[in-house]
Design a protein. Structure first.
Lengths: 310, 597
């Protein structure tokens, strides 16, 4: 009998989970779309920014000429009312932007959360108290309201600091805002884990052998935390995607001519009665992405810790 | 001032064009949205309730001296606030802009030299409490607008026109009735004097327009000598506790501002048809419902049930529903004949361009030449939005309008609807300087973003780079009126409508600091002198020629980029008439409306 590493065991469990595999497939598809999609599409002539005035009817208030939102061989998912921009190209561009925002924010969230959690849990005492109150404070903030209210002044501040104005500043603002308000949950989780791990024999052994703090924190404790961190990250990412859609629906995200899912949805609700496909297509695209991430996150948790009930 | 923000087409574009009127035959033909016109034979009957549905949370103002939105001037003028003169109810552009006597017995007597106007009040006029409506009440109402610190935001033509001395800084020496000393009050009483039922106005310059200006912010208010404690300054009319005293056919029974709030008007027993030649007062009551989602109002009125059949939508129909209700911009579809009404709105939509930030006229012209105005119109709502504008003065302003030739060679070459990028590049080359990178301000709405996308693509064809300067709709004018604000771009979206049928209410506000809409920061002494000159011209046709020339000069120098002569399209529940837009205010003809069974 050959011994298997934890990684191999988890992977084997995941592979048996058909839903997880399906979700993983979907996510890989989305990821590929986001990375190479915009370039491939524009190489084939699908441009997210080009107006197609021949496909919309000024006599009908700018609605697409063809039924079902202008779906045709030329525009497989239809065209945007008013401008005639290709919805497929917009979706893929929006996907890239959404994933850039959500992935960067997740990475930053995890980094901050892990560092604060590690430090608070390991050192305890005054440091733990301060970190704990800080986490309480962050968790108590009305997150959504603050992001909406601070959007204009802080985006402007970023521009003043030298970030290119416009969408660069806005994207950076979102990433920073998501992370600064989002790390506290993971911080708490990590802190709790660290407190239990630091009393374990292998840590005491390391201490007894004279290992330094850095070695103990990052070499002994952190490797035992990657499972909850991974699960947390896979559940945070889709939450950020959905959250970005929500606030861009409310008008605080990237500006024209770029669009993300929320911006497309905000524009499409006006046409819900007349061009329902315009709402359903980006809506479905978004729901599938978020659900796939969530299901995969759940499956990953099950695979890492089959005994946990949920 | 401000128009509905959340709406599609103009939303957020025309945030605050002032309420206004238009005059005379529009070349495009009169609006056609008529259905059941009242006829002499069967005649509309008295009775019933008409509902007015609005997305606003409350009236911007219910104070006779502060109301400045066309639709509100029309509504309150028809129901509770009469003036010395008013406009006739008619669908016809010329008739609908004709002044008729209201509280006065005629439309005013002007002296030979144009310096004195006199009006005589009708007999038997009363306030809703049964007290007499006196000449002093008219004078008091007019004097209130001078208290600009307390009463700000309303029209102030009296300050501009009446012979009350000015301070060196251009403010009036009379501070309004609330804080005036006896000497200061005497300054006003000298200019506006009462002798029994006769009221006399002295002008500071020869003035042939003063009776038109009387329709704006000059309704009477109970004077404090006869009605102590009725006028409470800036709080007059804002809630149930301070309902304005009515002199029209209805009185305010209940006013609850806020989302879900309403205003109910019931008959005023102290008004009689004998003293009013204008208003018909058919319905027994009016109910205004506030804070309604405009899309929801559309849904309710497209297929109305219950009392919604007696309802009118105050704001324009949502752009996405326009093809359902109107077969072309001015004609309702068969199903909505007699329910949908459309006409030119009072507003011209345009881009302001800060002439200090883009000092080179060829650069400003290049923007105008390069943009794809056809694509922009399609993006913001298609043909329903309006006609391509050639200047700030709109065709429904009557004799003051003339095509400036913007699209037919004013800049040297005709400009097709999709723009002429090659010509724009020529202009930039001719300017001798590189085109600066542009920032365009617009209200951050879904439609605003589409508008920007269409603008950007058009300009890009001529190598002009423009970045989005989206601003929150509520802060838009605060930011673009502040030259030091970092978010302010070199140009942006706006709109303006005249206050009364004379282009002085367009040219002066847009290109001088007098009227408060000089977004382009124009300061041109020769131009201002020409405006003064035109203002002093008493021959109306000669004056119209002067306005046409000034309108053309402004476009020639590219101080603005005209975009659209806007249309407005409105909807009723079906059992309300008559269905047309009153040209005077681009509004429903509230004073002659009735319900049908």
């Amino acid at each position: 009998m050959v011994g298997r590493s934890i990684r191999e065991i988890v992977w084997a469990r995941l592979r048996r989970d058909k839903v997880a595999m399906l979700c993983l497939g979907i996510l890989i598809f989305y990821a590929v779309l986001a990375v190479i999609g915009p370039n491939v599409l524009s190489a084939f002539g699908w441009d997210a920014y080009a107006l197609n005035q021949d496909d919309v009817d000024p006599k009908k208030g700018g609605l697409p000429l063809l039924p079902l939102g202008g779906i045709s061989a030329e525009h497989p998912l239809g065209v945007e009312s008013g401008t005639g921009r290709d919805i497929m190209a917009q979706l893929v561009n929006g996907l890239r932007l959404s994933l850039i925002i959500a992935t960067s924010a997740t990475l930053l969230t995890v980094t901050i959360g892990v560092i604060v959690g590690l430090v608070a849990g390991y050192f305890g005492g005054l440091i733990d108290t301060i970190a704990g109150r800080l986490m309480d404070l962050v968790l108590a903030f009305p997150f959504l309201l603050l992001i909406l209210a601070l959007s204009n002044p802080l985006t402007q501040r970023l521009t003043d600091l030298g970030v290119p104005g416009g969408n660069e500043s806005r994207v950076l603002y979102l990433i920073l805002a998501f992370s600064l308000f989002g790390w506290a949950g993971l911080g708490r989780l990590v802190r709790g884990q660290v407190i239990s791990i630091r009393e374990r024999e292998f840590v005491e052994a390391a201490v007894a052998m004279g290992a330094g703090r850095r070695r103990i924190l990052f070499g002994e404790i952190l490797p035992n935390l990657w499972a909850p961190i991974l699960v947390y990250a896979t559940l945070t990412l889709p939450a950020y995607i959905a959250f970005e859609a929500a606030i861009s629906f409310l008008g605080v995200s990237v500006q024209a001519p770029d669009v993300t899912f929320g911006g497309m949805l905000a524009n499409s609700v006006r046409f819900f009665n007349v061009v329902p496909t315009y709402l359903f297509i980006p809506g479905t695209f978004l729901v599938v992405l978020v659900v796939a991430f969530n299901l995969l996150g759940d499956a990953l948790r099950d695979a890492l810790d089959p005994k946990s009930a949920h | 001032l401000s128009r509905a923000l959340a709406l599609g087409v103009t939303s957020a574009l025309v945030l605050a064009a002032c309420g206004g009127q238009q005059q005379s035959a529009a070349p495009q033909g009169t609006p056609q949205g008529t259905g059941a016109e009242p006829t002499e034979v069967s005649g509309p009957q008295k009775g019933g309730t008409i509902y007015l549905l609005t997305q606003n949370d409350n009236w911007t103002d219910v104070d006779p001296q502060r109301i400045y939105t066309g639709e509100d001037l029309a509504f309150f003028g028809a129901t509770i606030m009469r003036s010395l003169v008013t406009y006739q109810y008619s669908e016809d552009e010329a008739e609908g802009n004709t002044l008729v006597p209201d509280l006065a017995t005629d439309t005013g007597q002007v002296s030979e030299d144009g310096l004195t106007w006199t009006f005589t009040l009708r007999d038997g006029l009363m306030w809703e409490d049964g007290s007499e409506l006196k000449c002093e009440d008219v004078a008091y109402g007019i004097s209130r607008a001078y208290a600009t610190d307390i009463m700000g935001g309303g029209p102030t033509y009296q300050i501009q026109y009446l012979d009350v001395p000015f301070n060196d800084d251009g403010t009036s020496q009379y501070p309004g009735p609330y804080t005036a000393s006896a000497d200061e009050q005497a300054l006003f009483d000298e200019a506006v004097s009462c002798d029994g039922k006769t009221i006399t106005f002295k002008m500071n310059k020869p003035n042939g327009l003063f009776n038109y200006a009387l329709t704006l912010g000059m309704s009477p208010v109970p004077n404090p000598v006869d009605h102590e404690g009725v006028d409470i300054g800036q709080d007059y009319g804002i809630s149930n506790e301070s309902k304005p005293l009515s002199n029209g056919p209805y009185r305010v029974e209940d006013y609850t501002p806020g989302v879900g709030g309403s205003m109910t008007l019931v008959r005023n027993e102290n008004w009689s048809e004998a003293q009013d030649d204008v208003r018909k007062a058919y319905p027994n009551s009016w109910v205004v419902q506030f804070g309604l989602d405009p899309a929801l109002v559309d849904t309710r009125l497209l297929d109305p049930s219950g009392d919604d059949v007696f309802a009118l939508k105050r704001e324009d129909v949502q752009p996405e529903n326009l093809p359902t209700v109107f077969s072309d911009p001015l004609t309702p579809t068969a199903d909505f004949t007699g329910r949908g009404a459309a006409s030119f709105s009072p507003y011209t939509l345009y881009y302001w361009i800060d002439v200090n930030l883009i000092p080179n006229v060829d650069h400003r012209r290049a923007i105008s030449v390069a943009m794809n105005r056809e694509a922009i119109r399609t993006a913001v709502g298609g043909d329903y939005v309006g006609d391509f504008a050639t200047g700030a003065i709109k065709p429904n302003l009557g004799i003051d309008y003339a095509d400036t030739g913007l699209y037919t060679g004013l800049y040297g070459k005709p400009i097709p609807p999709e723009g002429d990028p090659a010509f724009a590049e020529e202009l930039i080359a001719q300017s001798g300087e590189p085109m600066p990178e542009l920032l365009w301000n617009f209200g951050d709405t879904a439609v605003g973003n589409l508008h920007f996308a269409a603008l950007q693509e058009g300009l890009a064809r001529a190598g002009i780079t423009v970045k989005p300067g989206a601003l929150p709709t509520g802060d838009y004018y605060k930011i673009v009126f502040d030259p030091d604000n970092e978010q302010r771009g070199q140009f942006g979206n706006t709109g303006w409508g005249p206050d009364f049928p004379n282009a002085t209410t367009v040219i002066a506000p847009l290109y001088t600091d007098v009227g408060g809409w000089n977004l382009s920061q124009v300061h041109d002494d020769a131009f201002e002198a020409a405006i003064q000159d035109a203002n002093a011209t008493l021959d109306r046709e000669a004056q119209a020629t002067q306005w046409q020339a000034l309108d053309k000069e402004a476009v020639e120098k590219a101080w603005i980029i005209p975009t659209f002569f806007e249309y407005s399209q409105n909807l009723s529940g079906g059992q309300v008439g008559p269905i047309y837009r009153w040209p005077a205010y681009g509004s429903w003809p509230y004073g002659v409306m009735y319900v049908t069974e």
